[in-house]
Design a protein around this ligand. Structure first.
Ligand code: PRP
Length: 210
């Protein structure tokens, strides 16, 4: 039987996920000492970890080339869902927030607001729910620059510790929604490899709840 393939978001989520797999008894030395390798067997080779960027984790799971994936709710909300979201892994906790310069009266003017963000879909839905017409400008990173250099009135971005906002004289105006890492599954894999996936999900779930 082919190993169960799990697409894993590189970086912070990678470390917490590997810790979790170690806790439920998998030997993960291949990932810990991975060098530049991107496909890594763990345990006795019954699971293969595929390291990818967050948005690509979803692409691999949707296309069925990976059975499972670990990805942040931020990417899920932005990119959409044609997969199953199995459960909240309880780490990678942060939030989406609307932020701007400290003390600024964001809603004081008459003009439609301009919002800079890496997450245009999340931002559009947030303001649609408020019945507010805004102009959205997509930025690829360091979104905090938007209001600071006069590109936008505010930003919608991820806030974890709040340090980036604080150190740049910005503050949260409103929380958009909480974020954390999720385990996702390909729809067909969930049917074809039901027992294997359920057994793994059971072990992971118990450890997350412990
Ligand atoms: C994220 C986010 C904020 C920062 C928030 O950026 O976009 O900039 O982290 O974290 P904090 O509240 O703990 O300061 P990331 O580090 O992913 O880089 P980016 O700005 O290039 O997207």
């Amino acid at each position: 039987m082919q190993p169960l393939r799990i697409a894993l978001t590189k970086g912070r989520l990678e470390k917490d996920t590997i810790k979790l797999f170690q806790k439920i008894g998998y030997d993960c030395d291949s990932v810990v000492n991975k060098g530049r390798k991107l496909i890594l067997p763990i345990g006795n080779g019954e699971i293969e970890i595929v390291l990818a960027k967050a948005a690509d984790v979803i692409t691999y799971v949707e296309h069925g080339v990976c059975d499972l994936g670990v990805v942040g709710k931020d990417t899920i909300l932005e990119k959409g869902e044609s997969f199953y979201e199995l459960f909240d892994l309880g780490f990678g906790k942060c939030k989406f927030a609307l932020a701007t310069q400290k003390g600024k009266d964001l809603y004081g003017g008459y003009k439609a607001l301009t919002i800079a963000t890496k997450y245009p879909n999340v931002t559009r839905r947030f303001f649609e729910d408020k019945n507010m017409d805004v102009r959205i400008i997509k930025i690829e990173g360091s979104v905090e620059l938007g209001p600071l250099i006069g590109l936008s009135d505010a930003i919608v971005d991820i806030v974890e510790t709040g340090s980036t906002l604080r150190e740049n004289g910005l503050e949260v105006i409103e929380d958009v929604c909480p974020i954390s890492a999720r385990l996702i599954a390909n729809v067909v894999s969930l049917k074809m490899r039901k027992q294997e996936i359920e057994a793994l999900v059971d072990l992971l779930g118990k450890e997350v709840d412990a």
